[in-house]
Ligand binder design. Structure first.
Ligand SMILES: *Cc1c(COP(=O)(O)O)cnc(C)c1O
Length: 450
């Protein structure tokens, strides 16, 4: 029984569950979406909160530029670029038998400095927030100071009295661990069984304590949370519920708006923007989507992408059960090559706060992620890890769904003017041998006709 009903009873009222359980690729466009004018209030956070997170990242920029030289050229601001991917677009539309329409772009968060994934946004913001709170309280820095001063033996000795812990499938651990250790904190990362070995090695080499679990993400988080609760000097980064992670991700949108403006890409009602975001627990894509809604209003349409083996957010929002249900409850195994998305139970905070602001959700098989990984490399020379490919099929899924397009008023004229943005969430730090193995796998899965 699942919340008082048999699986069959759930499927009778929610027929899409059968597709999820059968691990078939599925899309669901939520008929319950609402304009930002009414739905933004659901979130309980606003533009002022995002502005505060943005200002904090600005305050820390001189420090980051100093301790992470790879950020110096950008003045210590951790940001990625946008690139058009016309060859990939043609390939995807050709394969799907769709006429050319709109323009496909890639957001290259795979290239983000420090940790090579979207987690360099939220994860690093939350560590900096905690460090700032502690340092201000202790008088180590005062408001208005140059935070580059935190690159000192005195500051590191101060932070070394404190611990920062997190549960992760890999990339969040990298961001939190590397940033915390650099400031001087004792960093502890609780890693799920999905985590890649190279991510654990990289963390240990950075002085981080890695605790490994044989079970999945939810267990790693739960264990981490419990250990941290018993330790007053330990701050736990709660990936399932954290507003500070969420706001760190949200800052991406105001910067994206500037990038589109510089590139001459117009986003407004007649020139809609569709954004495809790989989703694990939901904090990353949820926070980015929140920022996008603040920046572009109803002109932006956000769509989440999940592996067929881990469709936790789709299941939670579709059934209305949110974090009260896991994919395992329905017999779905949460075992996927997309380690960054290997999450069986969604964030209840994100699912509830964002459900009227996210247009839809779809699933992708692991085989398709590998195949697209090879295509993205061959056609556009972009280096992505399996999770980061989940957004790539989004454009085709949207263009194929006439009901959805009609519901949002996406006429052929508007679609001709549309921008489609795939959020490339990670991959630049994948070791060469591992990436070569991914490519081999992808090549072996190409359709015979391709
Ligand atoms: C973590 C991660 C995501 C999804 O972020 P969530 O906050 O878990 O939803 C997507 N892609 C990659 C590569 C990730 O590491």
């Amino acid at each position: 029984m699942i919340h008082g009903k048999t699986p069959d009873a759930w499927c009778a009222r929610h027929p899409l569950i059968r597709e999820l359980v059968a691990l078939r690729e599925t899309a669901w466009f939520n008929p319950g979406i609402a304009p930002v004018a009414s739905a933004l209030a659901d979130v309980g956070l606003g533009a002022a909160d995002v502005a505060e997170a943005s200002a904090r990242l600005q305050r820390f920029a001189p420090y980051l530029a100093k301790v992470f030289p790879e950020t110096a050229a950008a003045g210590g601001i951790i940001e990625s670029g946008i690139v058009p991917v016309p060859v990939l677009q043609r390939r995807l539309l050709d394969e799907a038998g769709l006429a050319d329409s709109g323009t496909l772009w890639l957001k290259t968060d795979n290239e983000l400095p420090i940790s090579g994934s979207i987690k360099a946004r939220g994860g690093i913001h939350e560590v900096l927030k905690h460090a700032e709170d502690l340092a201000l309280q202790a008088g180590l820095i005062r408001p208005g100071d140059d935070y580059a001063a935190l690159d000192s033996a005195e500051a590191r000795a101060f932070f070394s009295q404190y611990r920062i812990a997190v549960g992760s499938t890999g990339n969040l651990g990298l961001s939190i661990g590397i940033m915390s250790a650099r400031l001087g904190f004792q960093a502890i990362v609780h890693m799920s069984a999905d985590a890649r070995q190279w991510k654990k090695n990289k963390l240990r080499a950075s002085g981080v304590t890695v605790i490994e679990y044989a079970s999945d993400y939810s267990v790693a988080v739960e264990q981490g949370r419990r250990q941290a609760e018993a330790d007053p000097a330990c701050y736990f980064v709660d990936d399932e519920n954290s507003p500070h992670l969420f706001l760190g991700y949200a800052v991406a949108a105001e910067r994206l708006a500037q990038q589109f403006e510089r590139a001459g890409v117009l986003v407004e009602a007649e020139h809609p923007l569709f954004v495809y975001l790989p989703c694990g627990v939901g904090g990353g894509p949820g926070g980015v989507a929140f920022g996008l809604k603040l920046a572009f209003g109803d002109a932006v349409h956000c769509i989440f992408a999940e592996p067929t083996h881990s469709p936790c957010m789709l299941l939670g929002v579709y059934t209305g059960l949110h974090d009260a249900v896991s994919v395992q409850d329905f017999g779905i195994d949460n075992v996927t090559a997309a380690d960054g998305l290997a999450v069986g139970r969604p964030s209840g905070f994100v699912g509830r706060a964002m459900q009227r602001l996210i247009d839809g959700y779809y699933t992708v098989t692991d085989e398709e992620l590998y195949r697209l990984l090879d295509i993205a490399w061959q056609e556009e020379q972009v280096r992505l890890e399996p999770s980061a490919l989940a957004g790539v099929p989004g454009m085709v899924r949207v263009l194929r769904d006439r009901d959805y397009l009609q519901r949002i008023g996406a006429t052929p004229e508007k679609l001709a003017n549309a921008t489609h943005l795939v959020w490339g969430t990670g991959g630049s730090m994948v070791p060469e041998a591992e990436f070569a193995a991914y490519l081999d796998k992808g090549r072996s899965l190409q359709h015979p006709s391709a």
